[in-house]
Design a protein. Structure first.
Length: 241
């Protein structure tokens, strides 16, 4: 039987959460789920400003100004979490027929559908994880959301982040997700209005319920590699973010 997915909103709006405290909470919830002591749960929150580095992070990607970096046990490279960014941590038991890559694609799909519901053209980019806005007159392909996960004992932890109204200057301190040839953006910048994390959570929650029910689904198409005005094309570099 598929377990019931619970969504807990424990730090949105003015309720910023400490990253390391939430990491400890994740580990406790993960242990309980591995032991079948609890059902699946997703945590929705915002963090106080923090850089986190996954297992693939290189030294050249890290901040050079002395900013604190928390090295963690997820995949991927370095990224920023902070106010105005919706973070979601699904702690769910994968059914036998769902491989890790399938799970990642389901989380991506939930994010893509959320952004599309907000009337922004978006999708996957071949060779790169996360949610992207296509190249246009504003610049090259831009990343709106990222994924970094860990699976142990058949149960997931860590998860996703969608930039709602985050201060993008934080990303200038690092090479986000190891990507040196593309941009990072937010829903607010793309829509020219303030998009709150609560608004994004309201749209994302039903998509996670659907896609983490493990039923078949039709994935959104990958983005075509559009060429911005002026005829300049932008290369791609492989990454996990």
């Amino acid at each position: 039987m598929v377990s019931t997915l619970e969504v807990r909103r424990i730090g949105l709006g003015s309720e910023e959460t400490d990253y390391e405290e939430m990491w400890a909470l994740q580990r406790a919830l993960h242990a309980d789920r591995v032991a079948d002591a609890t059902d699946d749960v997703v945590l929705f929150l915002e963090h106080s400003p923090v850089f986190t580095a996954g297992k693939r992070t290189e030294d050249w990607e890290r901040p050079r100004d002395g900013s604190k970096v928390v090295d963690i046990d997820r995949g991927g490279n370095i990224t920023f979490h902070g106010p105005g960014q919706l973070v979601g941590y699904p702690i769910v038991k994968l059914p036998p027929h769902v491989l890790v890559v399938d799970y990642v694609r389901r989380v991506e799909e939930a994010m893509i559908r959320t952004v599309a519901d907000l009337e922004i053209t978006c999708g996957r980019v071949e060779g790169r994880s996360g949610v992207w806005v296509p190249a246009d007159e504003r610049g090259p392909e831009r990343k709106l959301g990222q994924i970094g996960i860990r699976v142990a004992g058949g149960v997931t932890m860590h998860g996703l982040a969608l930039n709602a109204c985050v201060d993008m200057s934080w990303f200038d301190k690092i090479v986000p997700c190891g990507i040196a040839d593309a941009g990072v953006t937010s829903l607010s910048l793309e829509l020219d209005r303030t998009v709150t994390t609560t608004e994004v959570a309201d749209v994302l929650e039903p998509h996670l319920h659907e896609l983490l029910s493990w039923q078949p689904y039709a994935p959104s198409p990958d983005l075509a590699h559009a060429v911005p005005a002026g005829g300049v094309s932008y290369g791609l570099a492989p990454h996990l973010g």
